[in-house]
Design a protein around this ligand. Structure first.
Ligand SMILES: [Fe+2]
Length: 451
């Protein structure tokens, strides 16, 4: 089903820098962009009067005093105080926030789900969000939630923002357009986008139905990991992150803004579009990234590095080297390790691992973990290859081999993940996943030698 892109008069700055029209390259740059010439003040942030009668406003994504603060200056038709009025509590029943620990739901276990089927009812970005797990505590800005979205309908005269965290969006099916205060991002499978905390936007369906995964990060924002001995190149290269150029709409129409705040949802009626930022500069902005530009680094002689080698983005916690969330990518790559068991090894981990399959076959689970599906290996619960994967990898000839047609990811958090009632009871959980290790044999018989 194809939908009208419906930019509905959104006026966008001309070009970006470089070949990707409408986007500016780089991660966390001090970007500047204007949709009308001369709208962006030069040499200062807060002139006595701004061009075009715009209002100057700062959006602070970090404490003022963070060593490298994240903030953006917006030059807008109306200040944001005009984009909310009185709030009315609303119910968004399937979008949950931590802490959300239910006595009747067991989160202890290894779980796997089939792709969640699309619903018959029309669903928007807000009503189509289904929380799978929550971790940490939204009130202390630590932890995360993992969601599935099922979206068939564009938001009409409706806007959303979250004070609870940034959203990392991993599409698996369909194409979406995020019309944000700071510009427009079009997103399709094999790309990801990050929507910062506090950013107002509307989500439109370019090609539906759309399904994907979301990591809601309650903590400090995602950034590429420290590279250590890998050096300046490979993994996710900064230039492949794309931030949209300024775009705005000057439109009066009865509208509502939905706000997620400390796990609660409220609506507030306004009479115009809040997407009215004509120019902006700063380093706190949405971005997208094409996962096909990720250059994996791995074993080139023997053994298997920890999966952290495949980190695309990491959101640090207060504990050094211990992420609030790592976003990790398992994509096409060559396997060349000699005399080694090449798939992921058997594992028990203090971090909890939620995986999703974007497309193709995952090497540790050739069957059962399918595109659109997901799995959860919670804090200190063992997991690893099933028997087929184990036997295949133990007995195969170790010639160079390319893993093709594969793209899965992991949201790995330092906090235990708690299932929602929806994930435990309504989502298509595979009751027999735990049995996938049943047929692993005891090979030990006390005699030496390779079995
Ligand atoms: Fe693991």
């Amino acid at each position: 089903m194809h939908h009208d892109p419906a930019p509905r008069g959104m006026i966008r700055a001309l070009g970006g820098n470089g070949p990707h029209e409408g986007y500016m390259p780089g991660f966390g740059n001090d970007f500047e962009t204007e949709a009308l010439p001369g709208a962006l003040p030069q040499g200062q942030n807060s002139p006595q009067k701004c061009a075009y009668g715009l209002y100057a406003e700062q959006l602070s994504g970090s404490a003022f005093t963070k060593p490298h603060p994240e903030r953006t200056w917006c030059y807008r038709i109306r200040p944001s105080v005009k984009h909310t009025t009185r709030f009315t509590r609303i119910d968004v029943p399937l979008w949950k926030s931590a802490p959300h620990v239910l006595p009747e739901v067991t989160s202890l276990g290894q779980y796997r789900w089939d792709p969640v089927p699309h619903a018959d009812e029309p669903l928007t970005w807000i009503t189509g969000m289904r929380t799978v797990t929550t971790a940490g505590d939204v009130n202390t800005q630590a932890g995360m939630a993992a969601h599935i979205y099922l979206v068939t309908e564009s938001m009409r005269d409706e806007y959303f923002y979250s004070a609870d965290g940034e959203l990392l969006v991993v599409p698996q099916e369909g194409r979406l357009r995020f019309c944000t205060e700071l510009g427009i991002i079009d997103l399709e499978p094999k790309e990801i986008a990050v929507l910062p905390r506090g950013l107002v936007y509307r989500v439109e369906v370019l090609e539906g139905p759309a399904r994907g995964f979301v990591c809601e990060n309650y903590g400090v924002p995602f950034a590429p990991p420290a590279r250590g001995p890998i050096g300046a190149n490979c993994l996710a290269n900064p230039r492949d992150f794309k931030t949209p150029v300024a775009a705005f709409e000057d439109r009066d129409a009865p509208s509502r803004v939905v706000l997620k705040w400390c796990g609660q949802f409220h609506e507030t009626p306004i009479g115009h579009s809040p997407l009215d930022v004509v120019a902006w500069h700063g380093n706190y902005a949405p971005y997208k990234y094409d996962l096909r530009t990720y250059s994996p680094v791995g074993a080139i002689l023997f053994d298997h590095p920890d999966p952290s080698i495949f980190t695309v983005l990491t959101a640090p916690s207060g504990l050094e080297g211990t992420a609030n969330i790592d976003f990790v990518l398992f994509r096409e790559r060559w396997m060349v390790a000699e005399h080694s068991f090449r798939p992921p090894w058997y594992h028990k981990n203090v971090m909890s691992e939620l995986m999703g399959n974007i497309y193709g076959i995952y090497d540790a689970k050739p069957k059962g973990f399918v595109p659109g599906g997901m799995s959860l290996h919670n804090c200190m619960l063992p997991h690893g290859p099933d028997r087929n994967a184990f036997e295949g990898a133990s007995n195969g000839e170790l010639k160079p081999e390319k893993l093709e047609e594969t793209m899965s990811f992991m949201f790995e958090t330092r906090f235990p993940q708690h299932l929602t009632e929806w994930a435990a009871k309504s989502a298509p959980m595979q009751d027999d996943y735990i049995d996938c290790w049943d047929s692993l044999e005891k090979k030990f018989d006390g005699t030496p030698g390779v079995k």
